[in-house]
Design a protein around this ligand. Sequence first.
Ligand code: PAF
Length: 279
Amino acid sequence: MQVIKSISELRSMIKKWKKDALTVGLVPTMGYLHEGHKSLIERAVNENDRVVVSDFVNPTQFAPNEDFESYPRDIKADAALCEKVGADVLFNPEAEEMYDNALTTVSVAKITETLCGRTRPTHFAGVCTVVSKLFNIVTPDRAYFGQKDAQQLCVIRKMVKDLNFDIEIVGCPIVREADGLAKSSRNIYLDTREREAALCLSRALKMGRDMVENGEESAAAVIETVEREIQKEPLARIDYVEAVSFDNLRPLVKIQKPLLCAVAVYIGKTRLIDNFIIE
Ligand code: PAF
């Protein structure tokens, strides 16, 4: 497994692979890899001849008041995990290599203005720009994204369709700790009491999912149950609880598939997201 920092070096390696008609999978990440990322890489390794994992804390998707500086980084541990799982390249560019005074951005309208887009209005343009760049650099056959970032997955799918990227987008299930907390690089910010409190997200979502599976048809009733459960936790402050169509992210009145029930909740200063999807 090779760690590559330069775009041109990565491109020449990919050119050779393509000449040999090898398929390429891309797993875009911001590093500090955990079991969730591992499951994406494993799937990519199973489904492609070669796999590139990108490891880049992308500055353009953080607002000035967010955690870009403190976002956890551990390139050595990331490289060891990628090697173990069977990735071929860990692409770890510097910000200058990726952006080099760039003036171009890629943005998707409407579906980036709801859910996380309300509190993070510049976030998805940063994500779409860096993901487009990675797609153009790596030209993968398939790219792998976690369903924990369900809105991101929906936005990337729309961008790929709208801009005619010839890439299959593979959404992979959320990986959870044994007690239900969704794996996230940001879980490291939680102290012991907050870690305990954070369980209210998965607990509340499980109650919501059970309601839907037992035939509840009212989106408002599901949302109310999820909100009420989270509000029992004194350290939790709800950003949003929503039930939307997983196609276009429009709010649902009556529960229908594909359903995305998504939450964003501050536990202390840490903003966590989680969801369930019924397709
Ligand atoms: O999901 C992430 O880790 C990031 O948003 C992504 C897709 C790697 C873009 O920086």
